[in-house]
Write a protein that binds this ligand. Structure first.
Ligand code: DAH
Length: 338
């Protein structure tokens, strides 16, 4: 009998309850009507008189050990939240899921399409030096884009500025890798411009750059057509208008056929039916040479598009300022969009 009690005592000492339920089961197993301790007390009657004293001590120490264990844990478990008589059938507070910002949605889609076509994402800093933002891109020293009007220069060092376009990442990509180069660079850009419903001093662009042997203007045109049809719809038509950028020659502006059926179309396309979506061109040989790529061997094309313009068109957002006001009613409208 003594061995049995001692075995129980060891079990009691080793017992660690996982929760209140386990503790209660433990209590019932020892102190309940059919519990071990109760059983020993019943057996007490049939123990010979001369052994009663010692037996009683063993059983008592087992009982005390059980009670001590219960006391030690009861408080810990009862510290868990108690029902306070509240109505637990009341509906809970709904969890508010977040939403991707419309700029993020459009950027992700542009990036996904171009990645499928073999472009890899490249990055660059938002604070740039004159070389990467202007000089290496063939901006003459007196080019108006360098004017204090357009660029946020750093007060401490006017050789540094907030990048005015993602084209600066072209220069970084060319410095880092040898052709073939096939990169896109989404990013935030900054211009010292008056804020209105159509322009802002902070906005986003996606840049593209492809350099290899024998890259032609036809490659550029076909790449942009594929992109436009993947993004705007299979039937989308594009047109390229001659334009000028210091870093491309020839340069073009790309329009997509939007249509001219109602007043909104008329307003969005300034009465032409065509919507301008990006600038592009063949990388100027001077730009290749400035980055250490031999223009006799390699050629390339580049393009750059503004994300805001495309997002405004896609989501029918009439004012660019809505993107930066963080009005939760505006942001909530994009919940669930991927
Ligand atoms: N960087 C130009 C801008 O900010 C956009 C652009 C035009 C990028 C032509 C290009 C390009 O890569 O080839 O307006």
């Amino acid at each position: 009998m003594k061995e049995a009690i001692e075995a129980h005592l060891r079990q009691v000492e080793d017992f660690v309850p996982a929760d209140a339920t386990a503790l209660e089961a433990f209590r019932v197993a020892y102190l309940g009507k059919k519990g071990h301790v109760t059983g020993y007390f019943t057996a007490f009657k049939s123990v010979p008189n001369e052994e009663k004293k010692e037996f009683g001590q063993w059983v008592n120490s087992l009982k005390q050990a059980v009670e001590a264990k219960i006391d030690a844990y009861r408080e810990q478990f009862s510290a868990a939240p108690q029902r306070t008589g509240e109505d637990t059938t009341r509906p809970g507070v709904a969890f508010q899921p977040g939403a991707f910002h419309p700029i993020t949605l459009v950027r992700n889609e542009i990036v996904r399409i171009l990645e499928r076509m073999g472009f890899a994402v490249a990055e660059g800093p938002e604070m740039e030096d004159d070389w990467h933002n202007f000089s290496a891109l063939n901006f003459p020293p007196d080019h108006p884009a360098r004017d204090m009007q357009d660029t946020f220069f750093l007060a401490q060092n006017p050789d540094w500025a907030l990048r005015t376009h993602t084209s600066s990442i072209q220069v970084r990509a060319m410095a880092q890798q040898q052709p073939p180069i096939r990169v896109i660079a989404p990013g935030r850009v900054f211009r010292n411009e008056a804020i209105s419903s159509r322009s802002h001093c902070v906005f986003h662009q996606v840049e593209g750059l492809y350099i290899d042997r024998n890259v032609s203007f036809a490659d550029l045109k076909q790449t942009l057509l594929e992109f436009a049809q993947a993004f705007f719809g299979e039937q989308t038509q594009i047109r390229l208008r001659p334009s000028y950028f210091p870093f491309t020659e020839p340069s073009a502006e790309v329009d997509i056929w939007w249509g001219l059926e109602n007043e909104v179309d008329y307003r969005m396309t300034k009465g032409t039916g065509w919507l301008e979506i990006m600038g592009c061109g063949m990388v100027d040989p001077a730009v290749l040479a400035a980055s250490g790529i031999d223009p006799e061997v390699y050629s390339g094309f580049a393009f750059g598009m503004g994300i805001e313009r495309i997002a405004m068109q896609r989501f029918q957002i009439p004012d660019i300022r809505a993107f930066y006001e963080n009005d939760s009613r505006f942001l909530r409208a994009f919940q669930g969009a991927l």
